[in-house]
Ligand binder design. Structure first.
Ligand code: DC
Length: 224
């Protein structure tokens, strides 16, 4: 049986860094489902598809060749052979991906793809609905969160570190807007699964979060 660990949570909670490290520690594949929705949004934007046109989005998703590539410690994603790892992280892709991820047809196509990837081997699956919808029978479920202020601060440092010129307030406003959109959509909204372990990372470093997760899984940090 493939071991499935789900890690859900809002933007800036630290779930990506945690999921990546956890996958490495446990020798599992890291599945960044946010990157998948970002790739869908980028491709739809490039093709000029109306974000309300579910049928056209479904067609596009079905013909989309999404490929996860791993270059050492930095995972990337290709669309039809093109490396779009940086393009999907552009600031405008935040709201575009959040918007398109609320479309039923897009969610159906991505859920199917994610489950198929889960059939190929063990996973640390990161996203918003991994524990609630995509892998309801996962072996372990975690929901990583932090206060909006701390999450915005992390995003601000990440963005300015990449050379973007943006104010801290702008980052917090965008983050709160996206949280609201992801939490209130009708299909697969962002929320912890009933059986998820919730970890608040407001005052925790990544090492401490990993320790807590491994402890919940009955492992010590040195065991595999
Ligand atoms: O994790 P992220 O910020 O890269 O995700 C981008 C958007 O994709 C996020 O605002 C909501 C959507 N998303 C989703 O709806 N379901 C997932 N499992 C992962 C991401």
């Amino acid at each position: 049986m493939n071991q499935i660990i789900t890690v859900d949570g809002p933007a800036g909670s630290g779930k990506s860094a945690v999921s990546r490290l956890l996958a490495k520690r446990l020798d599992l594949l890291y599945l960044d489902t946010g990157a998948m929705y970002r790739a869908v949004a980028l491709q739809a934007h490039r093709m000029g598809i109306d974000p309300d046109d579910g049928k056209a989005l479904w067609e596009m998703c079905k013909n989309l060749d999404l490929d996860f590539v791993s270059d050492g410690d930095s995972p990337g994603i290709h669309i039809n052979g093109e490396d779009v790892s940086l393009a999907i992280r552009r600031p405008e892709m935040d709201m575009l991906s959040s918007g398109i991820s609320a479309v039923r047809e897009v969610r159906e196509a991505m859920t199917e793809l994610q489950r198929n990837i889960g059939k190929t081997g063990g996973l640390v699956a990161e996203g918003r609905d991994m524990g609630t919808v995509v892998f309801p029978d996962a072996d372990y479920k975690f929901f990583i969160t932090a206060t909006p202020e701390v999450r915005a601060e992390r995003r601000y440092l990440e963005r300015t570190g990449r050379g973007e010129s943006i104010s801290r307030d702008e980052v917090e406003i965008d983050l709160r807007k996206r949280d609201e959109q992801d939490k209130t959509r009708s299909i697969a909204p962002l929320r912890p699964a009933e059986d998820a372990v919730v970890i608040d990372t407001t005052t925790l470093g990544i090492g401490q979060v990993i320790e807590e997760i491994l402890l919940k899984m009955g492992k010590t940090s040195i065991q595999k």
